[in-house]
Write a protein that binds this ligand. Sequence first.
Ligand code: DP6
Length: 361
Amino acid sequence: MTDYPQFISPIVSELPEEGVLSCSAPSNIALVKYWGKRPIQLPENTSISFTLDNCKTTTILKYKRRNVVGEDFDFDLLFEGKPKPDFKPKIQNFLYRIQEYLPFLKQYTFMIETSNTFPHSSGIASSASGMSALAYCLVQLEKKINPDISDSELLQKSSFLARLGSGSACRSIEGPITVWGKHPYIDGSSDAFAIPFPFLVHQNFNNYQDTILLIDKGEKQVSSTVGHDLMHDHPFAAKRFEQATDNSTKLKEVLISGDLDAFIQIVESEALTLHAMMMTSLPYFILMKPNTLLVLQKIWEYRAATGSKICFTLDAGANVHILYPYTEKKEVLGFITNELVAYCQNGQYICDKIGFGAKLL
Ligand code: DP6
């Protein structure tokens, strides 16, 4: 029996024959990081993220009733217009995990057509936007079958299902700031789905900017599954999970008060801690590249020289996310083009900003 009966949709006899749905969902960037999970896809600590805007996946879901319902799911996949057999096992596994919540899945043949606004091998987490877009499409299909589902149930269920595809994906359904993982001082927070940050956010964070420097676009050295697993026997794991809870408490206050110096300290410390966890696991990894470090140094120099509120965060890779207030956009972009582009692979970077989550197109 599931722990989450509220997400099981009722079985109905009248199912739509066929149709097409199209949804988009963005990537997100964690401020307090999720690193460490327990089965199935439950986080060891609270994480808080900015939902992005431009970096997104668009998914077209074509569905058609099957004449004969088989044992297994029936789906095909096109990525940027071409068949992508290596994505299929991940989707198959996702459908398997969510089938008890969407009992109609095996009644349909699905064609899933997906494309990203950012280059696939850029190191930008495509699983967050991809899984959230697909989960959102499937819940939109459920709404056609079960129109009684309310908008808030629809969002929560999308986040719940997206989590079963990829943990961080649950934070991409809504925006501009979301919280995933139960936290004692954040009402409504849950390990099972993300919620929008439930307090009034200070205007300093309106339209906050994220410019992503593509330092190394190579294949991921460590998959996130392997990375999360490394936290199981990690000597510092318990302390790290405690620290993430404390940082979430502090970040909550900062998002309300608008204290950007405190914001910088929490966010940069979280990024470096994430990498410190990888450097101190067994096996150990260094996911930063020499250019990553040079960029971080430049950011610190620029901040010291100008009093700017620019700061960085990192994913489980070499790329650098530069976060800064909208009011500094012109100056910071000047700094990036003059001084940082030289450290990017093929001079590539992506300008993004805080955004609002998944959409039905
Ligand atoms: C470093 O969500 O990609 O980006 O649940 O295994 O799919 P899975 O992991 P994933 O992990 C993301 C880790 C991170 C930090 C974060 O986004 O919070």
